[in-house]
Structure formats: C-alpha cells, structure tokens
Design a protein around this ligand. Structure first.
Ligand SMILES: [Fe+2]
Ligand SMILES: [Fe+2]
Length: 267
C-alpha cells in the first residue's frame, strides 16, 4: 500500500460520496454460499455478526464529537458516513436473521458484541472510543480494498452475497477518511491512536477467532482439519485476504499515515 511518510497537510478528501439505500433479497441464499467452502462462507458470516452493533458504535463515537466540527465539508461527510453505516447495519441485521434461520445463535453472538462495546463505552474515554472506531475503520477499509481490487475474493459466490459484500466494501472504502478526520479535529494524537490500535487489534481478532470456532461448531466442522486448511489458505495464501492486511496494519504506525493513502481504487 502506498503510504506517504510526509506529514499530511492537504485538506481531507470530502468529495461528497453517495449513500446507496440498497436492499438485498436473501431468500435464496444457501447455507454455504462461497465457492471456497463452508469455512470461508462462515468467515464472511462471522464478520457480518459484528456489523449491526459495531457500526452503531462507530456512529455514536463520531457523533460524540460531530457538534464540535467547524469544517462544513467534513460535517457533510460525517452525515453521509452516518447514512452509509446505517444502511449497512440494516442489511447486516437482515443477513444475521438469515444466519439465525440456519440455527446459528446470531442473537446471542450479536448480544456479546453489544455487551463488549457497552463496556468500552462506559469505561474508556470518548476520544479513545473514536480512536477505536478509526482502527476498526482501517480494518474495514483494508478488507474493502481487497474486495474491490481482487475479484477472486467473491468470484463464484452466490450473486446476492457477492453484491452485498461489494456494496459494503465500496462504501467502506469511500468513507475511510471520515472518522480519522474527526479524530484529528478532536485533537487525537498518533501515539494515542497507535496504542488504541494495538488494543483493538488484540480484542477484535480474538473475537473473530471465537466467532469462527462457534460458527464452524454449529456446522459440525469445528474439528475438520481440511476445512480449517482451506480457510487458512484462503485467508493467508490464495487470495490471501488477511495476509494483505499486515502491510496496511503496519502502515498505520508510520509517521504521517493517512487512510486516504490506501489507494488504487476508482470508486
Ligand atoms: Fe459499514
Ligand atoms: Fe465504515
């Protein structure tokens, strides 16, 4: 990922991005909808279980500072960010109901995510909460960049699911600067956001592993070495979805990092 080492001085990219009210008919989506197999299907499902609560947390953490902004273009971008995340939350709630219909305890899993975020909201200073949102938005933007630049991630998938994930990826990529700019306007510092990134990385990815084990357990494949091997191959070798997150994660810590530098995609 090309990342500028210089300190960024230009104005944030506040070119108005659209808010797309997309609805997806999930009625004919099969249980295992990804051609790479059940474990890979469940990896995407795993992430979906975070979104309704996670995106509501993102919106709350940005709202806590939005009134203090004095840049009308950034305030407009913030409103568009709320709109995009709200529609994502709505469609992922519907996605997660589909999982519940398959016998997945989606309500309980979303409830655990909600309790974790409630604890963060009660115990962590609000600017740190915004830094955590920036960190998680960096993950979503990096994953989105992969979806948008490498068709192998979703090629051959059920078209509704491919469409849903590509829509979400495009909008995550479009609004990747918004929380970060609000954090900078709120006086956030690189040292603080680096520390919060470390904590967020540990907590979030531990939770992803926990979700994956639970989901595969419900499918009766938690002990299936072949399925785990296919998942690890998909994530770290070919197409290497998570392997490619490592350089973008490291880029976060470089002086002058800005999410605008995660480029190469024409939206
Ligand atoms: Fe989103
Ligand atoms: Fe987002």
């Amino acid at each position: 990922m090309p990342t500028s080492a210089r300190r960024r001085t230009r104005a944030p990219n506040t070119v108005p991005f659209p808010v797309r009210d997309r609805r997806f008919d999930l009625s004919d989506v099969p249980r295992h909808w990804h051609p790479a197999g059940p474990a890979v299907s469940r990896f995407f499902d795993n992430l979906s279980l975070f979104f309704p609560q996670g995106e509501a947390f993102f919106i709350r953490s940005v709202k806590a500072f939005a009134r203090e902004l004095d840049d009308p273009a950034l305030s407009d971008a913030v409103r568009r960010f709320y709109g995009q995340e709200a529609f994502h939350g709505r469609e992922h709630r519907r996605y997660n109901r589909l999982l519940a219909g398959q016998g997945i305890p989606a309500d309980a899993m979303e409830g655990r995510v909600a309790r974790l975020l409630d604890r963060v909201q009660r115990r962590v200073p609000r600017r740190w909460q915004l830094a955590a949102t920036c960190a998680l938005e960096h993950f979503t933007a990096s994953l989105a960049h992969g979806v948008l630049t490498d068709p192998r991630l979703l090629d051959g998938a059920h078209p509704t699911m491919a469409g849903l994930w590509r829509w979400h990826a495009l909008e995550e990529f479009e609004h990747r600067e918004v929380a970060f700019e609000v954090y900078r306007a709120a006086g956030g510092t690189p040292a603080e956001r680096n520390l919060v990134m470390l904590a967020t990385t540990l907590i979030f990815w531990a939770k992803v592993v926990e979700h994956q084990v639970r989901l595969m357990g419900h499918d009766g494949i938690a002990g299936d070495v072949g399925e785990w091997r296919r998942l690890v191959r998909f994530l770290f070798v070919e197409p290497g979805t998570l392997r490619r997150l490592i350089p973008t994660w490291l880029a976060w810590y470089r002086p002058g990092f800005h999410p605008a530098d995660l480029g190469g995609v024409t939206a």
